[in-house]
Ligand binder design. Structure first.
Ligand code: NOJ
Length: 749
């Protein structure tokens, strides 16, 4: 076992060395060889054997939807009617299933074994939205590498991640699973995640096949309700929603998952424009596409197919290679072939892609990929290196929203009252979709605060629960608060209030939580609000009541230690919001890179006929990119290398950043570009670069960004992705609303 752990650590060290030379999966001679082998195998397959490769069934070990297949899994695998399995894990169980496939079927084709490894397998990392708040691509890649190392030891070879759906509506519960509202940040994180999941060599036993989801535009359901319809212009789709899928593809992801939603009238599962025209013809995606859970069957509910047979035919004709759980390909493809409703070439194309990926994963050389109970058990006790990586990403994900009078960091030795329903709830720290995350191995925040408050006293009273109106613990909380020097209220949402099928029509703190803050505030002691939640919340009132507010998302296995260390100043908060926090639900959907409108609001409420609300400002409570720290940074003037450029020249934008406080700190310097006049309306600004820097007290540094015409491109009137000459404003600063600006003229030549 020691050898296995040593191997894990070695892997980390070589990660950097290999990264540059790594072969991107899905291209080049190695991939061609996989396709050739797939073709050779295809030539020996019967029609039922081919169809079996296009089937993915769930095991009942964990269910992530309704189990629909009546026939036992092992029977289906043995009969070569099911070539892929998900929600099956543990070395022993996976080996048993794999053994049936490679020993008891005629062609011995190994199984893909999939699972939702979304933010960790055993060691749980912050939810993806929290990870995005770190803006730390290395830490995110490392987190996914740890997850892949643990998950492959548990027998898996495929994960349904990363989720790269852009989301501008916090009502949608799955905003928790993605990188937030911004396309540029989303692309960078998509690439980092694929690198972490797939590693540098897909055939390595510690690497998982990534599955980019949910293709496409799943993050924009009408009214924020999960699975709801998506209606969107081609321009918006291509400029904002599609690029992260493309970025993940370019990083080498070899499988895609189509989304549940319809897009402009055609469900993604049967959407030829998405699956064939864009994904294959334009982007040359070499891998395969799996449906989401029973989504082929759901074409009937969508109303574009009357029968299961028709649904399957529509999906196959659109280019869908694999049917997740729904049994439609399993039950109907053979009949469609027989009747001539589909062609064998379509089946062959799908199976070739699936088999080529299995060859790329090395499954035909070693179907078990070194799976053993010993290797699996090495992770039972959470290796310190994995916990350290989870701790590091957790602390980097925290966003300090408010800190009046520098209340934080606290000095140990205080009388602290810890209140709120999430202070003593390890289960919630793990967030939704937490793989095999174990609440019993997760410390509650209360314990971590108690340990950190050396020489002081820490009392706890829940006060209220998350969402009911039960007041039985109310008075206890008020009494505890009265005795305290400082009150820490740990509040927010339960883990299951975000994730799949967890949309909310209100984004306020649920239940009596705000009322409890109000009551406690009246006591007159300083109040720190520690927030756990999986979406931007509307915190307008809370932001006036609390003296300090720390957003910690759902931070995972090491979250409690990271929170206590941040509250007491062992670690400084450095996260920046990856999604706008509105003042109230009425502003939703809201995002920083909005358009100007023909009647923009100029700030004087007495002027009528401008684009604004009568009852709330247009601006959000906390803008995209926002976050405070325990020190402050000042920015000098923005200097551009040239006032005018032409063609393919490169512009350098430089700004001097200084740490003005008494503590070292990390700043995320953000660079945005505006294109004030173009042939189509443009966003007021778009993120086009960021750099994380660390500065000692008093230290200053020049930070430079290189800008090329690629950063100026958009879809013009002819839907060509191009740039137009003229003036551009470069903006650099602390967040999307606090920016130094300089103008440049850029001509064609
Ligand atoms: C449905 C979800 O939409 C998807 O994200 C997940 O990967 C599958 N179920 C499998 O669990």
């Amino acid at each position: 076992m020691r050898n296995i752990l040593a191997g894990t650590l070695r892997l980390w060290i070589v990660l950097g060395a290999f990264a540059a030379s790594a072969q991107i999966p899905g291209r080049g001679p190695e991939w061609e060889a996989c396709v050739a082998k797939a073709d050779a195998l295809l030539a020996r397959m019967t029609t039922p054997e081919k169809i079996g490769q296009m089937v993915l069934f769930t095991s009942t070990q964990i269910l992530t939807g309704a189990a629909t297949n009546a026939s036992p899994l092992e029977v289906e695998i043995r009969a070569a009617r099911c070539g892929n399995v998900f929600n099956a894990y543990t070395a022993a169980y996976v080996r048993r299933l794999q053994q049936i496939a490679v020993q008891e079927t005629r062609l011995k084709i190994p199984l893909l074994i999939g699972f939702d490894v979304i933010h960790g397998y055993k060691t749980t990392f912050p939810i993806p939205l929290g990870q995005a708040a770190s803006w730390d691509l290395d830490a995110i890649e490392k987190g996914d590498r740890v997850a892949a190392i643990e998950a492959t030891a548990g027998g898996l070879n495929w994960t349904f991640a990363p989720m790269v759906d852009i989301a501008r509506d916090p009502r949608w519960g799955r905003i928790a699973e993605g990188a937030g509202e911004d396309t540029y940040l989303g692309c960078a994180i998509a690439r980092a995640a694929v690198r972490g999941i797939q590693g540098t060599n897909l055939a390595d036993h510690s690497c998982l096949l990534a599955c980019v989801k949910h293709y496409a535009a799943y993050g924009a359901p009408e009214a924020g309700r999960d699975y709801n319809v998506v209606e969107m212009s081609d321009r918006t789709l291509r400029e904002f929603y599609l690029p992260p899928y493309r970025a993940a593809l370019d990083a080498g992801a070899l499988s895609f998952m189509s989304s549940f939603n319809e897009l402009n009238g055609i469900p993604a599962t049967a959407n030829r424009f998405l699956l064939q025209n864009i994904l294959r013809d334009e982007w040359h995606f070499p891998g395969f596409v799996v449906s989401d859970y029973t989504a082929v069957n759901e074409l009937i509910n969508h109303g574009i197919a009357a029968t299961a047979y028709d649904a399957g035919r529509a999906a196959l004709n659109a280019g869908l290679d694999m049917d997740m759980e729904g049994s439609i390909y399993h039950d109907h493809l053979a009949a469609m072939l027989q009747k001539g409703d589909i062609q064998m070439a379509q089946i062959d194309d799908a199976v070739r892609r699936i088999l080529a990926v299995k060859y790329a994963l090395g499954l035909f050389d070693d179907p078990y990929r070194g799976v053993s109970e010993e290797r699996e058990a090495a992770f039972d006790n959470y290796p310190q290196a994995h916990l350290d990586a989870a701790y590091d990403l957790a602390r980097k994900s925290f966003v300090l929203l408010k800190n009046d009078q520098n209340l934080l960091p606290l000095k140990p030795g205080l009388k602290i009252a810890v209140l709120g329903p999430l202070a003593n709830s390890p289960r919630d720290l793990l967030g939704s979709w937490n793989g095999l995350g174990d609440a019993a191995r997760t410390k509650p925040i209360l314990d971590a605060i108690t340990n950190a408050n050396v020489g002081g006293s820490t009392t706890f009273a829940e006060g209220c629960d998350i969402s009911t109106t039960d007041r039985s613990a109310w008075q206890g909380a008020i009494d505890a608060a009265r005795q305290a020097d400082v009150i820490i209220m740990v509040m927010g949402e339960s883990a299951d209030m975000t994730g799949e099928a967890a949309s909310r029509s209100s984004i306020n703190l649920p239940g009596l939580q705000t009322e409890l803050i109000r009551a406690v505030k009246q006591i007159g002691k300083p109040v720190v609000l520690v927030l756990l939640n999986g979406r931007p919340l509307a915190l307008e009132e809370e932001s006036t009541l609390a003296d300090a507010m720390l957003e910690t998302w759902f931070p995972g296995t090491e979250g409690a230690r990271a929170i206590a260390d941040t509250l007491f100043g062992k670690s400084d908060p450095s996260g920046r919001l990856p999604a706008t926090f509105p003042r109230n639900i009425g502003q939703v959907p809201i995002h920083y890179n909005h358009k100007n409108t023909g009647r923009p609001y100029h700030g004087n409420p007495k002027v009528k006929y401008e684009s604004r609300y009568l009852d709330t400002p247009n601006s959000p409570l906390y803008p995209f990119g926002f976050g405070l720290g325990y020190t402050t940074f000042s920015y000098g003037d923005l200097k551009l290398s040239q006032a005018s450029l032409s063609g393919n020249q490169t512009l350098t934008a430089t700004i001097h950043v200084t740490n003005r406080g008494a503590r070292p700190g990390e700043e995320t310097v953000q660079m945005y570009i505006s294109d004030p006049v173009a042939s189509v309306t443009r966003n007021v600004e778009d993120l086009r670069g960021f750099q994380k820097i660390s500065l000692q007290p008093g230290e200053g540094r020049d930070v430079s960004f290189q800008i090329t015409v690629d950063d100026l491109k958009f879809y013009n009137q002819e839907m060509k992705y191009d740039w137009e000459p003229g003036e551009f404003i470069i903006r650099v600063g602390h967040d999307s609303s606090q920016l130094a600006a300089a103008s440049v003229q850029w001509s064609k030549d």
